[in-house]
Design a protein around this ligand. Structure first.
Ligand code: UDP
Ligand code: MG
Length: 319
């Protein structure tokens, strides 16, 4: 029987964790009883540098039950880094990553396992409805997925990071040494046979979102700039278009000069200077953004640093 590792990234989740612990314990016990996964399967909490009582709650759960284990990261590395830490540090045959706030339906894990049994290596959890998300989150997400598609980024529509992967897929993921992480667009690049499982996303049952607008925007920009060079091409295209328009404008100026004499128009001059400076700065900015990515990539800093491992035994530790 295969071992399953359920990876839960947690950042300041003290309000919801007691409920999550109960829910996950019941779920994994059920799977073990039904002989769908090995009794050596684990639930692994990755404490992503929380400042509340998350670490204590997780440690207490690990002390009570061998089913739980935990990784304490040395600081806050972000959701994507925490997920990777769990998948890379825990040894198992199958991995599933799921948010600790129970917004993604954990009962889908059962269906995901069936897909793996059928021979898939990756199973994407896809949000069927976003009824409980705010209007802003719903619309911005839809527009964003459309934009990514238009930019040629291969991404599963409405899939975030609720995903099951076999050990083979996770090992292959390790060959992508990217520092700017956007896992939902990297995983489709792995190939392998994949499937999707649909679920209704529910509202957070306790606590607040740990993804403020700034973090969400940073992740969204990673999705665009890590996988698409279209913005850079657009700068080139814009440059050509503006050169062409300038030529037409030049013809107009020469015509005015030869026919009616020059009239120096302050307004048009100021407008042109402003518009062109703006375009140049935006273009430089886009190039700078990509250069910044190269800067971050070449340094190859670690994606996560584990400060402490709790509840790991030889089987969970060594593959
Ligand atoms: N999270 C994390 N590190 C962070 C931010 C979030 O590990 O820096 C975790 C968080 O605890 C949760 C998951 O990532 O389990 C998703 O975050 P959240 O539910 O706040 O995002 P939302 O659902 O609002 O997009
Ligand atoms: Mg959430």
């Amino acid at each position: 029987m295969k071992t399953l590792a359920i990876i839960l990234p947690c950042y300041n989740e003290e309000e919801i964790l007691p409920l999550t612990i109960r829910k996950m314990k019941t779920l994994l016990s059920g799977l073990i009883k039904a002989r769908k996964v090995s009794p050596r399967s684990r639930i692994c909490f990755v404490n992503d540098g929380s400042r509340d009582k998350t670490a204590e709650i997780i440690a207490a759960a690990c002390a009570k039950n061998k089913m739980f284990c935990a990784l304490n990261l040395s600081r806050n590395f972000g959701h994507q880094g925490a997920i990777l830490a769990g998948m890379y540090e825990v040894c198992a045959d199958i991995y599933v990553t799921i948010d600790a706030d129970l917004q993604d339906n954990p009962d889908c894990i059962n269906q995901m396992l069936e897909k793996i049994e059928e021979g898939c290596d990756i199973v994407y959890g896809v949000r069927d409805s976003r009824g409980t998300d705010t209007f802003f989150k719903r619309t911005s997400a839809t527009l964003y997925y459309r934009l990514l598609k238009w930019l040629g980024v291969n991404i599963v529509y409405n899939h975030a990071d609720f995903r099951m992967m076999t050990k083979r897929a996770v090992e292959t993921l390790k060959q992508f040494p990217e520092r700017n992480l956007f896992l939902r667009a990297i995983v489709p690049l792995l190939g392998f046979r994949s499937a999707t499982v649909y679920y209704d996303r529910t509202a957070r049952q306790a606590g607040e979102t740990k993804y403020p607008l700034s973090k969400m925007m940073a992740l969204a920009w990673n999705g665009v700039s890590n996988f698409s060079i279209v913005p850079l091409r657009m700068v080139t295209f814009l440059g050509f278009a503006i050169c062409f328009l300038s030529l037409i404008f030049l013809c107009f100026v020469i015509y005015r000069w030869s026919v009616r004499g020059t009239i120096v128009g302050w307004a048009s001059l100021v407008t042109i200077i402003t518009v062109f400076s703006g375009v140049q700065l935006v273009s430089l900015g886009i190039i700078g953004e990509y250069l910044a990515k190269v800067f971050v990539e070449v340094k190859k800093r670690p994606l996560f640093i584990v400060e402490k491992k709790i509840g790991f035994d030889r089987e969970t530790q060594d593959c």
